[in-house]
Write a protein of this length. Structure first.
Lengths: 104, 159
């Protein structure tokens, strides 16, 4: 019997306003995560941006690699030549609770 | 850092170097609660005897003697987590190895460890969760949440 893939959602905030809805920025973020985690770690994590605001975004990852992805986000220092820091604010099993925590 | 931001990052209170806690090169007779810095082991050991010294900031690999003195005087070893993140790739690997080795000895001698971020700008800020994960990654085995609150417990104490 196949097991259901269980995901976790991470609410993260950048130190500078950065449009994470932009495909170029998303691709760069995924590249940076892969540089830290490696190909194998990245395949276990399978990160994807589900929602993006001005400074905050919600990242979906697989449940087993939630901690390693949060650690990888700490090691990201720049995206597309712009220096920034990424803080993880909250994690949850549902995207609904994180959307409520988003800054208006 | 505003209180709102510190709460959002998961901290009850953020302590600032220079305002809430002093960080000075190792010497005796500190007037306020101070974290001793520097690489001269002789001076660091002398400063541990001072009542106002909270502990030492790790710079390089501390010797077994220094770790044993930390344990004897019940002082804390502070670890700057941002030094690992903002190092070059080659240096990062060396630093991670160094920190893990130090953590191993601190566990052996039962020394308290406190991870700190020493953020200079907004981009260097880390949330409480990230600090705990980084401490675990660097080899911290114990109660990471309790370790983060070490400085806060000193801050609230009255002499």
């Amino acid at each position: 019997m196949a097991r259901r893939i269980k995901n976790r959602y991470i609410l993260a905030e950048t130190s500078i306003p950065l449009d994470m809805g932009n495909i170029v920025n998303q691709a760069e973020l995924q590249t940076r995560i892969m540089q830290v985690l490696g190909t194998i770690g990245y395949s276990y994590s399978n990160p994807k941006i589900m929602f993006a605001g001005e400074k905050q975004f919600i990242l979906r990852v697989q449940r087993s690699s939630e901690e390693s992805t949060m650690l990888a986000l700490s090691f990201i220092k720049s995206i597309n030549g712009r220096k920034l820091g990424i803080c993880t604010i909250k994690t949850s099993g549902t995207i609904k609770s994180l959307k409520e925590a988003l800054l208006k | 850092m505003s209180e709102e931001l510190s709460k959002r990052l998961g901290f009850a209170k953020v302590l600032r170097s220079g305002r809430d806690i002093e960080m000075k090169p190792a010497a005796q007779n500190f007037t306020r609660k101070t974290i001793a810095t520097g690489s001269n082991e002789g001076l660091l050991i002398k400063s541990l005897k001072d009542r106002n010294t909270l502990g030492i900031l790790m710079e390089g690999m501390p010797s077994n003697k220094l770790i044993a003195m930390l344990s004897e005087h019940s002082k804390t070893l502070f670890i700057n987590v941002n030094s690992v993140i903002y190092a070059d790739q080659k240096q990062q690997q060396k630093l991670i190895y160094l920190y893990r080795k130090t953590m191993h000895y601190c566990k052996k001698f039962k020394v308290d460890i406190c991870p700190i971020s020493l953020a200079v700008s907004d981009e260097q800020l880390l949330s409480a969760k990230q600090l705990m994960l980084l401490a675990k990654f660097l080899g911290f085995d114990g109660d990471a949440k309790k370790a983060l609150g070490t400085l806060g417990s000193f801050y609230g104490k009255k002499d």
